[in-house]
Design a protein around this ligand. Structure first.
Ligand SMILES: NC(=O)c1ccc[n+]([C@@H]2O[C@H](COP(=O)([O-])OP(=O)(O)OC[C@H]3O[C@@H](n4cnc5c(N)ncnc54)[C@H](O)[C@@H]3O)[C@@H](O)[C@H]2O)c1
Length: 381
């Protein structure tokens, strides 16, 4: 059976450019799908580097201006893998040109910047998706299914953190390749949009909308050299954020993100406590779910560790045999698989731009509450 081509045009070839390209190349080897991604072109400003990337990953051609990519008739979907300040302009232009849009997270620098993107893809009626990839780590998908089944009963607590330690030195510059995340102009916010946004997306998906919150944010290093100007400039990003939330379902949330947690490289972890049990997960042991089942007889109760590798766990039937683990990159392959499946069924695959806009509203409320110290009602999406 011939598959239908989904012609991909990717913008940016950094960390996510590689993660997505790998996913496009692998997906049809493991998933039975009507569509096959075809790597038509990659757009980046440096032609030589773009050509080297195209050669490594099998892209047919390169463009040095993303606008030329968006204009091309042989492209069906634009995949945005650039720093955050470019997401809005590219996504809106792509939607206006009738292209599907897959955009890296956070959707934009602020919710205000994100809203026209949501409107553009909805007006153009084009399939759209934001790469909150952690949803599709099988253990995380499994937790979402357990909570949705009602097995935990009433949820009381959702606590989540994302910790790193790579910006503690005052010598790390802001701006430029590799350190654009420290420049508020490029990133929009600091750890809130970069790291905590993953925790918020997961929380909303698993536990529903956040009603209100209060946050503490801090910028530990106030001035850094800017890689573009060479001058010491005020730092506009949040280096750490700590947030208390009330969910619409009545449960309480606690969230924390930092790039100053010495010893932690990418510790994304969360725990949920419900009436009948608790669930926990962390990225450093990503194939396992911690599970406490209070419905067991009292003398048999205890935390158990479920190895999520069986054929009846989410996505695992497509991979190896029970007991054999998969990794970080598979979350991107699963994202592409679901997106392609959605094209066949016509069903929306989340998180859509509208879903990611809700996360952006929460992130904006965190930044504002961090400044004012006041509780904030989260605006409706
Ligand atoms: N889903 C995740 O877990 C995850 C992880 C990392 C990054 N991200 C997101 O992915 C996006 C990219 O991050 P990254 O880590 O890949 O960054 P990166 O710095 O590794 O790559 C960014 C790429 O964008 C390119 N670029 C910059 N300006 C451009 C322009 N005008 N035209 C074309 N290309 C341009 C750069 O040359 C580079 O290739 C960000 O929005 C980030 O928040 C998501």
């Amino acid at each position: 059976m011939a598959r239908k081509a989904l012609n991909i045009g990717m913008v940016g070839y950094g960390f996510m450019g590689r993660a997505h390209s790998n996913a496009y190349r692998k997906v049809n080897n493991f998933f039975d799908l009507d569509y096959v991604p075809v790597l038509r072109a990659v757009a980046a400003r440096n032609k030589k580097k773009a050509e080297a990337f195209a050669y490594s990953w099998g892209y047919e051609s390169v463009e040095t201006d993303w606008r030329d990519l968006v204009k091309r008739n042989d492209i069906d979907a634009i995949d945005i893998c650039t720093p955050n300040d470019l997401h809005a302009e590219i996504a809106i232009a792509a939607a206006k040109a009738g292209k599907m849009v897959l955009c890296e997270k956070p959707l934009a620098r602020t919710a205000k910047e994100a809203l026209p993107m949501v409107k553009a893809v909805e007006k153009a009626k084009v399939p759209n998706l934001v790469w909150y990839n952690y949803r599709r780590i099988p253990a995380v998908s499994f937790i979402q299914q357990i909570v949705a089944s009602g097995k935990l009963g009433k949820i009381f607590h959702y606590r989540s953190k994302f910790l790193q330690d790579w910006t503690i030195s005052p010598d790390v510059p802001q701006g430029g390749a590799g350190t654009w995340r420290l420049d508020v102009e490029a990133a929009g916010s600091g750890v809130t949009g970069d790291l905590l946004a993953h925790c918020i997306d997961g929380a909303i998906w698993i536990n529903g909308s956040i009603d209100s919150l209060t946050a503490m944010t801090e910028t530990f290093i106030k001035k850094r050299k800017h890689a573009d100007t060479g001058k010491m400039q005020a730092v506009g990003i949040d280096d750490a954020s700590a947030v208390l939330t009330r969910f619409k379902n009545g449960s309480l949330g606690m969230f924390e993100a930092s790039r100053y947690a010495r010893g932690h490289k990418a510790l994304y972890a969360f725990e949920i406590n419900g009436e009948h049990g608790s669930l926990g997960w962390d990225l450093h042991d990503l194939n396992r779910v911690a599970w406490f089942d209070h419905t067991q007889p009292s003398n048999m109760r205890g935390w158990t560790s479920i190895l999520v590798t069986d054929g009846d766990h989410p996505y695992l039937g497509k991979w190896w045999v029970p007991g054999l683990t998969i990794g970080y990159e598979h979350s991107f392959i699963h994202t592409v698989a679901d997106f392609l499946e959605g094209l066949s069924t016509g069903e929306k695959v989340g998180p859509t731009f509208r879903d990611a806009y809700e996360t952006a509203l929460v992130c904006d409320a965190i930044i504002e509450s961090g400044k004012t110290g006041k509780w904030k009602k989260v605006a409706g999406k």
